[in-house]
Design a protein around this ligand. Sequence first.
Ligand SMILES: *Cc1c(COP(=O)(O)O)cnc(C)c1O
Length: 350
Amino acid sequence: MVKADGYGHGCRIMADTLSKLGIQQFGVASVQEGIVLREAGILGQILVMGGIFPWQLKDLIAFNLIPTLSSDAVAHALSQIVPHDRRPYPIHLEVDTGMRRLGFTVEEALALLQSPMMTHTLSCRGLMTHLADADNPDPAFTLDQLSHLETAVLRLRSANVPIPCVHAANTAGILWHPQACLDMVRPGLMLYGYAPVPKREAPIALQPVMTLTTKVVHVKTVEKGEPVSYGGIHRTRRRSRLAVVPIGYAHGYARQLSNKGEVIIHDQRCPIVGRICMDMTIIDVTDASMVKPGDDVIVMGKSEKQEITAYDLATWQESIPYEVLCNLGPHVHRVYEPLANTCDEAGEPG
Ligand SMILES: *Cc1c(COP(=O)(O)O)cnc(C)c1O
């Protein structure tokens, strides 16, 4: 899954890197995201997992994207415009087994797949569902969803509807529900090195892919009792040294981190003071050893003794690591390191 610009990591490089590692199918949320990958030269299959508007179907076909359909109307609209030389056009169908978001009921899926339109213009290459509660230590809801999916598959197959590929598992499904790993899995967050919940033991060692760093752009000394940043929600409790770093909510560094979050400077954790601004944040560096402009700041990542993860940021801003990562917008300059130290299964350098 490389939606949301590869969870904030850059979908082109992610898809390109994953292709080189042998991945042949990519999941995106929208037709636009699929087009971005095609225009970047990604050749594998691209599944659009989010909802699709009828007016996007021309682009869907032009860019050779596979829709995950949840609506008869869209299926009909697609069958109307598939060119003769592209028939039958591949689709996946979603069944709603408990997420109550997209997806057909089993009856609706059966009716659609048995309609003449299906045999002539569309070809069902996969049946999928989305797990709503797979990170819950209580597996009941997930097991219930999987049994609904199984029922759907059995009913379709017994009606002689071929279903070549069944898929359900997201990261939480892959990590904690082996029975959800069917013909294909759809890892998202774990590709980027995080499990959905930090404390639950994961059978695979994950390592965060992204480090977010900046540098101190300005330092000043402020007397005791002075208000800091917009609205003065922080007042210095002593004579303080403050460092300004050029990152703010315009970059996706959440304003909820105001007066709450921390960064790492010189291997020490230093608190954010006052409100986060659009492009700047103020850090109290009174207790850090002599901070000066140009010094490195780790916003998310590891120093020798300290580490700030997307979980930490998520806790401070009352969110989840998904949102922390995918909020990092296009203003954040991305630098990619080659996969120098990784090995593939055969032990060959990746
Ligand atoms: C985003 C998404 C995934 C991946 O979810 P993660 O929890 O990030 O692994 C899988 N399937 C669908 C349909 C999705 O939208």
